[in-house]
Design a protein around this ligand. Structure first.
Ligand code: HEC
Length: 186
């Protein structure tokens, strides 16, 4: 057997052994899926890299529509954000909600941790992220509404609590009519 074949066989055996070990953990129920136990370093790296590369490659062809970032669009996005996103992603002047404390992976606080390009944000908001709490809002909302939310996200890190409250007053009133808006300081 040539040297190359020997190395190839060793590599294949190693892959087989790893796959069997993985299957054994999967079938035996050995892997802990509890949301209150963090991933180990390897599982975290795998999940993180898979998500980042998947989103980046799928968002590549998305073109930002003309008129993106107009005042009217940002205002519309602000109410949508307050209604549908703030309970998990929080907002200026908001305390951590119960849902945001229990989520794993955590929902990033988009007022601080908001560095993805708009096309990737649009893709994530439209399609959601498997095996996390992030819903696919494209199932129930058209692209124009989703782009208004992306436009608002570009402004969110610059807003003071007062400014955020002013921009989302209409949405907060809608919520008061239905119940309450969790975590909002009044
Ligand atoms: C039920 C909770 C929940 C709601 C509601 C929710 N999200 Fe998320 N979102 C998450 C979680 C959890 C993640 C992290 C997923 C991950 O790390 O794989 C996430 C990730 C994201 C990301 C990627 C952030 C980054 O930098 O990696 C964006 C952007 C986002 N959400 C926007 C929104 C918007 C906009 C809305 C409202 C239309 C929304 N989300 C509603 C839970 C939620």
């Amino acid at each position: 057997m040539s040297k190359n074949w020997k190395y190839l066989s060793i590599a294949l055996l190693a892959v087989l052994a790893l796959s069997l070990a993985y299957a054994a953990i999967e079938i035996s129920g050995g892997y802990d899926v509890a949301a209150d136990t963090p991933h180990g370093a390897l599982a975290f790296w795998l999940a993180d890299t898979t998500r980042d590369n998947s989103v980046a490659s799928r968002a590549r062809g998305i073109i930002i529509p003309s008129g993106f970032g107009s005042d009217a669009q940002v205002k519309e996005g602000a109410s949508e954000y307050a209604e549908m996103c703030a309970q998990c992603h929080l907002a200026p002047g908001m305390e951590r909600t119960e849902i945001s404390q229990g989520l794993y992976p955590r929902a990033p606080e988009l007022a601080h941790d908001n560095d993805l390009p708009p096309a990737q944000q649009f893709w994530i908001i439209k399609h959601g992220i498997k095996m996390s709490g992030m819903p696919a809002w494209g199932v129930t909302h058209n692209d124009a509404i989703l782009w208004s939310i992306v436009a608002f996200l570009q402004k969110l890190p610059t807003l003071s609590p007062q400014h955020y409250r002013d921009m989302t007053k209409d949405a907060a009133e809608d919520h008061d009519a239905m119940g309450h808006m969790p975590g909002m300081e009044r």
